[in-house]
Design a binder for this molecule. Structure first.
Ligand code: FE2
Length: 266
């Protein structure tokens, strides 16, 4: 399996607390059959050069240590960039902006409780610039929980979806699990990622999620979302975009009221 989303870089964000924990996380990853890990620490619009230096220094230490421990893990750079209105510039200007520094895929996240304006334009702009945006854990945005079909809008504007393994196994509650399963069942998802932050509750749960999904989706699709599509990132190959139907035009207030009170609708 290939994990495209986690926080193994230690003493950097809210992920691994120290080198020891980061190495324990990597051992857990290797134990469950993960071969490659993209270290996607949180970044926002302000990225000082010394911050990236610190990131790459720690990534190198983890590469050396995991080789010394014979973990057989490929460690790749990246980031989980918090949405802002000039995110396309930040992504292009930073070494961590795109996954594995290849310039093609960028992992981005939104606020959990409020969906900002301008998301569509940003996704569109990134695509025009040749960058494929990957939306981190769309199932976790509570602003979309009442109308989960709105998640498909990310796809319409050229985004790919990454669902968290923890969401699928119920770590974030029933609603999140239901939406995560719905997205996978309908094949709207391109990647399952761990979003691992520690060795505790939010650790790598890719094996558990994959086992659960084996009963509900075909083997070839499961292989694509836990491995094959991640491999395409490493190979620098663009993934096929999904086509989803446009939503029906919402009914006007008058026709909804007429329907409610039972007049003029046959
Ligand atoms: Fe994350």
């Amino acid at each position: 399996m290939i994990d495209i989303h986690n926080h193994i870089i230690y003493e950097f964000d809210d992920g691994a607390k120290n080198l020891e924990m980061a190495l324990d996380m990597l051992k857990m990853a290797a134990d469950q059959g993960i071969t490659d890990v993209f270290a996607t620490s949180h970044f926002n619009e302000v990225v000082h050069p010394e911050m990236e230096e610190d990131y790459f220094r720690k990534l190198d230490i983890l590469r050396n240590e995991s080789a010394r421990l014979n973990l057989n893990l490929g460690l790749h750079s990246g980031s989980e960039t918090f949405f802002h209105h000039y995110i396309e510039n930040t992504i292009k200007m930073r070494r961590t902006g795109t996954l594995a520094e290849k310039g093609l895929y960028a992992l981005m996240e939104f606020p959990l409780y409020l969906m900002p304006n301008g998301v569509e334009e940003t996704l569109f702009k990134l695509n025009t610039d040749g960058v494929i945006p990957i939306i981190a854990h769309p199932e976790r945005y509570s602003a979309l929980h009442e109308r989960p079909e709105k998640i498909l809008h990310f796809i319409r504007f050229g985004g790919l979806l990454q669902v968290n393994a923890g969401s699928l196994v119920g770590d974030f509650g029933r609603t999140v699990k239901k939406i995560a399963v719905w997205l996978v069942e309908n094949r709207y998802v391109h990647f399952i990622g761990s979003d691992a932050h520690s060795t505790g509750g939010r650790c790598f749960k890719m094996d558990k999620a994959a086992k659960m999904l084996a009963d509900i989706v075909p083997a070839d699709y499961l292989d694509a979302i836990v491995r094959g599509n991640g491999q395409k990132i490493l190979d620098n190959v663009p993934l096929e975009k999904l086509a989803v139907q446009e939503p029906e035009t919402p009914k006007g207030f008058l026709s909804r009221m007429k329907e409610k009170i039972g007049i003029g609708v046959r």
